[in-house]
Design a protein around this ligand. Structure first.
Ligand SMILES: Nc1ncnc2c1ncn2[C@@H]1O[C@H](COP(=O)(O)OP(=O)(O)OP(=O)(O)O)[C@@H](O)[C@H]1O
Length: 250
């Protein structure tokens, strides 16, 4: 489980996170949603240690990530998988080498063990046949799958995905969402996904946190998302629907 408590972050005189708290549970794909510039990415960066908040706690199974000693921080980092926007693959490495990379960096496994583990993860995302291809030779959706395979290769307890659907067509987006949810459930990972994709919210929104101007204004799930009495959330959903379905403007 991940607990965040009263996370506050400012850049200069701009408050980006104004005290955000919440919990994320194993086996759940939790979504952080909100409009552009509301602090979603900064919150995720605070959770994975790329940005240091001025105030607040991030607890991984009770261990304090921000103030814990170096060994604790290192141990927690090893338990994290991150899927960055765009997949962030190394262009000069094959698909298999990309997936194997964390094992090369962080483990003492033998080459055979690394190959086997990387192949298992590629198989899990349905890409075993693409192992020897270069990233430039595969589609955007496949790149995301490779990114997912790499994010899970260390068998993470915690998985973070920043806009996993960006740049994908709706059908491919749904497949990526399903894959993230399946893997989360299968390996009982605590997964946190940033999205402003309405389909994702309806399909994988077991738990949804709505951020607005650096504050958590609402928390719920896909069933309650459209029935809130929070005007800012309703406006956000309405704007999203308009974008997705121009016919609803009439
Ligand atoms: N390193 C930084 N230095 C200064 N300001 C920053 C920094 N990182 C983020 N910000 C600001 O913090 C605010 C929140 O940014 P953030 O990237 O979290 O938004 P977001 O909700 O993820 O939006 P989007 O959906 O557009 O990605 C923005 O105004 C952004 O300009």
């Amino acid at each position: 489980m991940i607990e965040i408590k009263n996370i506050q972050k400012t850049f200069g005189d701009r408050t980006v996170l104004a005290g955000v708290s919440g919990t994320f549970k194993p086996g759940d794909t939790s979504l952080i949603i909100g409009g552009s510039g509301t602090g979603k990415s900064v919150l995720l960066k605070c959770m994975i240690g790329l940005v240091k908040p001025e105030v607040g706690q991030v607890l991984y199974s009770g261990r304090d990530f921000l103030t814990g000693d170096q060994d604790t921080q290192k141990a927690i980092r090893r338990e994290m998988g991150v899927l960055f926007q765009g997949g962030a693959l190394f262009d000069s490495k094959t698909v298999l080498e990309n997936v194997r990379f964390p094992l090369d960096m962080l483990t003492n496994m033998s080459s055979a063990e690394k190959r086997e583990r990387a192949q298992f993860c590629l198989q899990r995302v349905g890409l075993e046949a693409a192992a020897d291809r270069m990233p430039s030779e595969i589609s955007g959706g496949m790149k995301k799958r490779v990114g997912i395979a790499r994010a899970i290769v260390m068998n993470p307890k915690y998985l973070f995905c920043d806009e996993p659907n960006s740049g994908l067509d709706p059908l491919t987006s749904i497949k990526i969402d399903e894959l993230i949810r399946e893997i989360t459930d299968e390996f009982q990972i605590t997964t946190v996904v940033i999205t402003h994709d309405m389909n994702s919210m309806m399909e994988i929104g077991e738990k949804i946190m709505f951020l607005y101007k650096g504050k958590k204004l609402w928390e719920g799930n896909s069933a309650t998302l459209t029935h809130s009495n929070v005007p800012e959330l309703n406006e956000f959903i309405y704007a999203n629907k308009l974008l997705r379905d121009p016919s609803s403007r009439h």
